[in-house]
Design a binder for this molecule. Structure first.
Ligand SMILES: Cc1cc2nc3c(=O)[nH]c(=O)nc-3n(C[C@H](O)[C@H](O)[C@H](O)COP(=O)(O)O)c2cc1C
Length: 366
C-alpha cells in the first residue's frame, strides 16, 4: 500500500474526521480543502447505473451534488467529483473579492447535527474562480452560484455580471437570493424585485453565445403567499430550475442547544423537515416537470430518499459532511440505489414526488 492509499484508507479517514471535529469549524473546513487539493480525497466507487439521471439537459452519473458554500472559490471541484458527487456547485462568488464577516462565524450544534454560519460571502471574486474553472476536465458537472457584494450599489448588476462571466464555462448558474448573511439580499425574493432580477438575467443570457441554464435558490423562511408569488414569477421568467433551500433563520428545531443562539443561517439535520416541506410545497406549485434541486438537512440514505419523494429531481448536501466526512456520499448512494431496486423502479427518477402531498401538508416528518 502506497502512502496515498494509506492516507485514503478508512482508518485514517476516521482519525482525520475525529481530528477535524476537534478544530474550530472554519479551520476544519480549510484543512479539508487543503487535503482535497493534495489528492487525499477518498475515491468513490463508480456510481450504480440506476442512479444515472438527466437534469437541466445535463447527464449526471448520480443525483447527489455538493451544495455551494463548501468550494466557494472553485478550488476542489475535481476531487469532490472523484470522491463520488454527481455534480458540484461552486460559490457563492461575488464580482469583487470580499472578506466576509469577522470570525468566529461558523458554529456546530453537535447535539442536533446542525451548523450555523454567518460567513457573509467570503470569497476571492469572479476572476479567481473563472481562472480555476476555465481549464477544467470535460465530464465534471460544475454549477456556479452567483451573488452580490455586500457594499454593492446595485445588486442586480452583480448577478448580471455573474451571468456574463460564467455562462461560457458553467454547466448551470444559480442566482442565490437567499443567504441571510448579506443585509437586504433576501429582499430580492419579493415579487417585483424578483421579476426585475430574473428578467435581467434571462435578457443577459440571451446576449451570450452559450445559453446556460439559470436556477434560483430560495430560503425556507417563506409563507404561503410568498411561495405563491415566487412560483408565479419563476414560471413567467423563463429560468430553468429552482433550488429549495438555503439555510434558515428559524431556531425552532434547536431551541436551548449549544450555539443555537448564534446569528446566521442554520443548516444540517435540524433544517431537514422545514426545507423538505418547502420543497414539496414548491413542487406542487410548479408542477411535476419543473427541474427542482432539494437541499437542506440530508444526513442519511433515508433522508436523501425522502427528499426525492418530496419532489426533488436531484439533491445536494453540505452540513452532513461536517459530521460524517466524505464517506457519507457512498453510504447515501448505496442506500438510494437499493431503494430503487427494492421498489422495482427503473431509475432513481422514479422516486421523485411519490409523497409530495404528504410532505407539503406536513403529514410526514423525519
Ligand atoms: C458553512 C456554510 C456555508 C455556506 N455558504 C453558502 C453559499 O456561499 N452559497 C449558498 O447558496 N449556500 C451556502 N450554504 C448553504 C448550503 O449550500 C445549503 O443550502 C444549506 O447548508 C442546507 O444544506 P445542508 O443542510 O445539507 O448543509 C452554506 C452552508 C454552510 C453550512
Amino acid at each position: 500500500m502506497g502512502i496515498g492509499d494509506l492516507l485514503r484508507s478508512a482508518t485514517i479517514q476516521k482519525l482525520a474526521q475525529d481530528a477535524l471535529m476537534r478544530m474550530d469549524a472554519e479551520t476544519a473546513h480549510r484543512a479539508t480543502i487543503n487535503a482535497l487539493k493534495f489528492g487525499l480525497a477518498p475515491s468513490g466507487a463508480p456510481s450504480q447505473e440506476n442512479l444515472a439521471t438527466r437534469f437541466c439537459g445535463l447527464d449526471l452519473p448520480n443525483p447527489i451534488g455538493m451544495a455551494p458554500g463548501f468550494d466557494k472559490n472553485a478550488e476542489v471541484f475535481g476531487p469532490l467529483a472523484k470522491a463520488g458527487f454527481g455534480f458540484v456547485e461552486v460559490g457563492t462568488v461575488t464580482p469583487r473579492p470580499q472578506q466576509g464577516n469577522p470570525t468566529p462565524r461558523v458554529f456546530r450544534i453537535p447535539d442536533a447535527l446542525g451548523v450555523v454560519n454567518r460567513l457573509g460571502f467570503n470569497n476571492e471574486g469572479h476572476e479567481a474562480a473563472f481562472e480555476r474553472l476555465k481549464d477544467r476536465t470535460p465530464g465534471q458537472t460544475v454549477g456556479v452560484n452567483i451573488g452580490a457584494n455586500k457594499d454593492s450599489e446595485d445588486f442586480v448588476a452583480d448577478y448580471v455580471a455573474g451571468v456574463k462571466t460564467f455562462s461560457p464555462l458553467a454547466d448551470y448558474l444559480t442566482a442565490n437570493v437567499s443567504s441571510p448573511n448579506t443585509p437586504g439580499l433576501r429582499n430580492l425574493q419579493a415579487e417585483d424585485a424578483l421579476r426585475r432580477l430574473l428578467a435581467a438575467l434571462v435578457e443577459t443570457r440571451a446576449t451570450q453565445p452559450r445559453q446556460t441554464s439559470i436556477l434560483l435558490k430560495i430560503a425556507p423562511d417563506l409563507d404561503e403567499t410568498e411561495m405563491d408569488s415566487i412560483a408565479r414569477t419563476v414560471l413567467e421568467s423563463g429560468i430553468d430550475g429552482l433550488i429549495v433551500s438555503n439555510t434558515t433563520i428559524s431556531r425552532d428545531a434547536v431551541a436551548g442547544l449549544e450555539n443555537a443562539e448564534e446569528t446566521g443561517g442554520l443548516s444540517g439535520r435540524p433544517l431537514f423537515n422545514l426545507a423538505t416541506r418547502r420543497l414539496a410545497q414548491m413542487r406542487l406549485r410548479l408542477g411535476p416537470d419543473f427541474p427542482l434541486i432539494g437541499v437542506g438537512g440530508i444526513h442519511s440514505a433515508q433522508s436523501a430518499i425522502a427528499k426525492f419523494e418530496a419532489g426533488a429531481n436531484v439533491v445536494q448536501l453540505y452540513s452532513a459532511l461536517v459530521y460524517g466526512g466524505l464517506e457519507m456520499i457512498e453510504e447515501i448512494k448505496s442506500g438510494l440505489s437499493h431503494a430503487v431496486i427494492e421498489r422495482r423502479l427503473a431509475n432513481v427518477s422514479g422516486l421523485t414526488g411519490v409523497a409530495v402531498k404528504d410532505w407539503a401538508e406536513g403529514r410526514i416528518t423525519l
